[in-house]
Design a protein around this ligand. Structure first.
Ligand code: SF4
Length: 458
């Protein structure tokens, strides 16, 4: 009889010696909201009610004080208030579900607090905005073929059905359009009513057979009445050429209770069944930036979608300095999504060049390093690509850069298709398109270059 096979190396060491020491853990519990002073009497039934979550959205510093009590200092509250007045591009709006995932004892450094409740003192004082930053930095509205429908790529379009969300992220790339106005940013408004816009979007898609893929977004579809969403997606499914439909909702993570309501589940179930019967791939794309945001309620909502026939639930996070710009933060998040959340890690976007976002942005070089650092740990199909959304181009994997002046922080990129504003200009294919690193990350010579540029512009 063969003897017991001995392991060549000490097994316990195999994970621990790695730069990222992965260890599977079964621990996966909803943080107890009753630990927070403002939620100490909230029942489980209330907590799991979408209506209760929506009625208790945190919209100002007084409400923050009520929730956190003495756990939040006056200094922090004033810092948030000043940010809202002088820097913020998005209004405050945080569901209790997201508040509950913050570490109330470490609010100063908590990753979710850092992007949902920004401090004025955290913004870059010298270069709050990059000189090349813009309100609609991806020029999505310029590429509207009908109001709210961005046709940037050859075969896929982005449909912005509404301009609100159940939560507002400080770094929102659609800060031009999404949310309520803040002192720094009066928001753009849709000119046409929702019904007319949706009809026009569907008509465009009916007469454009080269489009096969629609991202149904906003805003956030969690703020759309279930029957409106169902009606729109059902009509999309009637268009032969539409083969992929991706619903976009950060709310799946921010307020999973919404996706666990009977009428929402029934509407999504009807859509999913119709998609399956038509052979169309229906998926939901969410936006999670930090491991702590993936809780059992989020996993439950994602599982419901998969069980009803959604092909996938995928995550498109945003790389943010001080939030998730490390190998550990990214892999912690990806493993939590993959091991527990029923959500596929898919993309991490570099933060776009919107105003007042310099303190969140990282350089292309750092993004390339992070892509390197996360390779090899996750299954290939669950290893996210880190992408730069290059203005006038679209998503490019960070290693696809054509040329890169690291001193000035200027990367140049090529493209292989025309956006809707270039259909009459094939020369656009022969040009290079620029993205800019945050100035505070540049060497002294690079900082001086931008100081001189700014002086010349004045
Ligand atoms: S959920 Fe998306 S659209 Fe809404 S504020 Fe956040 S990033 Fe912007």
């Amino acid at each position: 009889m063969a003897g017991k096979i001995e392991f060549k190396k000490e097994v316990a060491k195999s994970g621990k010696v790695q730069p990222y020491p992965y260890q599977f853990t079964r621990d996966f519990v909803e943080p107890d909201w009753r630990r927070l002073p403002g939620y100490k009497n909230v029942t489980q039934e209330e907590w799991e009610s979408a209506l209760w979550q929506k009625r208790n959205l945190v919209k100002n510093t007084q409400q923050l004080k009520q929730v956190f009590g003495d756990l939040i200092t006056d200094h922090m509250l004033l810092d948030i208030q000043r940010d809202q007045q002088e820097r913020a591009t998005m209004a405050l709006l945080v569901p209790p579900q997201m508040i509950n995932t913050m570490n109330e004892k470490e609010l100063q450094t908590d990753p979710v607090r850092r992007y949902m409740l920004p401090f004025f003192s955290e913004r870059d004082r010298t270069w709050a905005s990059h000189p090349k930053a813009g309100r609609d930095s991806l020029h999505e509205a310029e590429m509207w073929v009908v109001e709210g429908l961005t046709h940037r790529y050859p075969t896929k379009v982005l449909a912005e059905l509404l301009s609100t969300c159940p939560q507002y992220c400080g770094h929102c790339t659609r800060m031009d359009l999404v949310g309520t106005s803040v002192p720094q940013v009066p928001k753009r408004k849709f000119e046409h009513g929702q019904k007319d816009r949706l009809d026009a979007i569907l008509e465009y898609l009916q007469r454009t057979p080269s489009v096969r893929d629609v991202v149904v977004s906003g805003g956030d579809i969690a703020n759309l009445p279930a029957e409106t969403l169902e009606g729109f997606v059902s009509r999309l499914l009637d268009i032969d050429n539409i083969r992929d439909i991706r619903l976009a909702s950060k709310g799946l993570m921010g307020i999973p209770q919404h996706f666990l309501q009977d009428e929402v589940l029934k509407a999504l179930d009807r859509i999913a069944k119709k998609a399956v019967s038509r052979g169309v791939n229906l998926a939901l794309h969410t936006h999670v930036n930090s491991a702590q945001s993936v809780t059992p309620l989020v996993a439950k909502a994602a599982r419901k979608l998969l069980n009803m026939g959604f092909r996938d639930v995928r995550n498109q996070g945003v790389l943010l300095r001080g939030v998730n710009d490390s190998q550990k933060a990214l892999l912690d998040l990806c493993f939590r999504l993959q091991d527990h959340g029923n959500i596929l890690p898919y993309y991490f976007y570099m933060c776009d060049m919107i105003p007042n976002s310099e303190h969140w942005r990282i350089s292309v070089a750092q993004a390339q390093q992070l892509q390197h650092d996360i390779m090899g740990y996750l299954p290939g199909f669950a290893t996210p690509r880190i992408v730069c959304d290059v203005p006038f181009v679209g998503k490019r994997w960070v290693h696809q850069v054509h040329s890169y002046d690291k001193e000035k922080g200027i990367s140049r990129w090529t493209k292989n298709y025309l956006t809707s504003i270039e259909w009459d200009n094939p020369e656009a294919l022969n040009q290079l398109y620029e993205y800019f690193d945050p100035i505070d990350t540049l060497p002294e010579a690079g900082k001086k270059f931008w100081e001189q540029e700014a002086a010349n512009a004045n």
